[in-house]
Design a protein around this ligand. Structure first.
Ligand SMILES: Cc1cc2nc3c(=O)[nH]c(=O)nc-3n(C[C@H](O)[C@H](O)[C@H](O)COP(=O)(O)OP(=O)(O)OC[C@H]3O[C@@H](n4cnc5c(N)ncnc54)[C@H](O)[C@@H]3O)c2cc1C
Ligand code: SF4
Length: 485
């Protein structure tokens, strides 16, 4: 156990972000010198607040089953080598989750029943960043090769986790990615100010040294047919994400200046890293309206601020959540709360219980305004509350419907569920023999932590399929939803 009286002596303290005025002028992470280093002066004290309570509910809050009390104790005792070993035992990429996870473990922390919970996510990122700084993250190539081959389609967190586990188990793994670089939404969705891409690059290098092969710029189902994949590989893992965006088919949708978030963000990410994008969608000098109040919307907000938007309004049809746990969402569940992301600290207005009736255009066919109406608890328009707000750029961030069906999924003829996600059994196997699925493609739009957990679990299932047994850990069955959707 860390300090038995730690939680009595110390309050919760998190890493301080850079001043808003400074950080909106660049694309770097919002923490000074990287969050892991920023945390070092306080993190042992924070880890000492862990009570090592007999039944660590934080484990059930974390989809990866991270061994949280163990590494809290090791950090407190200054044993960073053992801490990273325990962290990597359950999580291939803690630098991703330590920066980007909504940390469902924290509302499940026992200390959180009547005090502020342990800063679990901060301890996680401090451990991995220090391990990289200490050159303590080394490639782990397999000691022998099985002679079996696996194609992983998609290089988001699910594909990367599956590929790393399978490579380490001795299989020959090729990751196919249609983008020019691997990483999935980690690279082209999530902005640099939330996670610098150097973190993704470093992991890809580690994976290459272990033997994973990356074939980028190849769209499976177009550049290589499903049949060829089945013929060339002993198993296939579909980790193609859920990238079909939800649209807003109201009058005026055809006007210019209305774009999906995932048209806007990848371009901005490329430009932030020095690439040129012809005809880039930019927020500079515009009134920007973002439709959708989630993570993707917040990423559009922070990006629009950095591009120099004149005004930014983020619209959400749901009512504003409260600041305290709602009665129906008791500890240790993950509550719906009013949360302030780093982008929200930087500017913009958030409007709740509001719906878009139509987009209004100018004589050139460009959007100039939105007609909005307030809605009641059943999302019905409230008469007399109609109003217009100006917009020359509208970004749709209303979530995703499921994986792309034309191409690969149609060629494989895998069974889909009613929502369009790939059906899988308790071993992540699809309806087609030898074809498995992991991450958002099977689960529906979700989180990085779930994608990693599913990638690890699917790898264990594939290993068993190929060899008859497996020593790979499998954190969760596909139906699991520990404490959070
Ligand atoms: C803007 C945005 C911000 C987000 N922020 C967060 C956050 O802060 N925290 C969090 O936990 N989650 C966040 N999420 C959700 C999270 O990114 C996803 O849940 C996660 O990336 C899913 O991982 P995945 O590996 O299943 O799929 P993806 O990351 O979507 O990767 C799928 C990959 O497959 C490739 N692909 C698809 N079809 C083919 C094909 N036929 N051939 C070859 N390659 C193909 C795609 O190009 C892509 O690279 C965010 C999502 C978005 C859109
Ligand atoms: S991965 Fe997410 S849920 Fe798990 S310990 Fe880290 S922050 Fe918590």
């Amino acid at each position: 156990m860390a300090d038995p009286k730690g939680f009595l002596k110390h309050g919760r303290e998190v890493a301080g972000r850079r001043p808003v005025d400074e950080r909106v002028k660049d694309w770097d992470e919002v923490y000074p010198g990287g969050i892991g280093r920023a945390l070092l002066p306080i993190i042992q004290t924070q880890a000492s607040r862990c009570m090592d309570c007999g039944i660590p509910f934080c484990h059930s809050g974390c989809p990866l089953g991270n061994l949280i009390p163990e590494w809290n104790d090791l950090v407190y005792r200054d044993d960073w080598d053992s801490a990273i070993e325990r962290l990597h035992a359950t999580n291939n990429f803690p630098e991703f989750t330590g920066r980007l996870c909504p940390a469902p473990c924290e509302p499940a922390c026992v200390l959180g029943i009547n005090q502020d919970p342990v800063t679990i996510k901060n301890v996680e990122v401090a451990i991995i960043d220090r391990a990289w700084d200490d050159r303590n993250v080394k490639p782990q190539p397999p000691e022998w090769l099985s002679g079996k081959t696996v194609a992983v389609i998609g290089s988001g967190p699910a594909g990367l986790a599956a590929a790393q586990q399978l490579t380490r188990a001795g299989h020959t793994v090729a990751v196919y990615e249609r983008d020019d670089k691997p990483g999935g939404l980690l690279r082209y969705g999530i902005p640099e100010f939330k996670m610098e891409k150097s973190h993704v690059d470093r992991r890809i290098e580690q994976m290459r040294s272990e033997g994973t092969v990356f074939r980028t710029g190849i769209e499976a189902g177009v550049d290589i047919a499903a049949r060829s994949l089945k013929d060339r590989y002993d198993a296939v893992v579909l980790a193609i994400g859920a990238c079909e965006p939800r649209d807003l088919p109201v009058p005026g949708r055809e006007l210019g200046g209305i774009h999906q978030a995932m048209e806007f963000l990848p371009q901005a990410n490329r430009v932030a890293l020095g690439e040129q994008v012809e005809g880039q969608i930019v927020a500079e000098g515009k009134d920007v309206v973002i439709i959708g109040g989630g993570d993707t919307g917040a990423d559009c907000l922070g990006t629009s601020i950095r591009q120099g938007a004149r005004s930014i309004t983020q619209l959400e049809i749901m009512p504003r959540p409260g600041e305290e746990r709602p009665e129906g969402q008791p500890w240790p569940t993950y509550p719906m709360l009013f949360r302030v992301s780093s982008a929200h600290e930087e500017g913009g207005d958030r409007v709740y219980s509001i719906s878009t009736q139509q987009f209004l255009g100018d004589e050139d066919g460009q959007v100039r305004a939105l007609q909005l109406v307030e809605v009641d608890a059943g999302f019905q328009p409230i008469e007399g509350t109609e109003r217009e707000i100006p917009a020359q750029l509208v970004l749709l961030a209303m979530g995703f419907l499921g994986p792309q069906q034309p191409g690969l999924l149609e060629q494989f003829e895998v069974e889909l569920d009613q929502r369009g996600n790939v059906v899988r059994d308790s071993a992540y196997a699809t309806s087609v023999d030898g074809v498995f699925v992991a991450g958002d493609a099977g689960r529906g739009q979700s989180l990085i932590v779930w994608a990693i957990a599913e990638g690890r679990s699917a790898a264990a299932a594939v290993d068993r399929f190929l060899t008859g047994s497996t020593a790979l850990p499998a954190p969760i069955p596909p139906t699991a939803r520990p404490l959070m959707a």
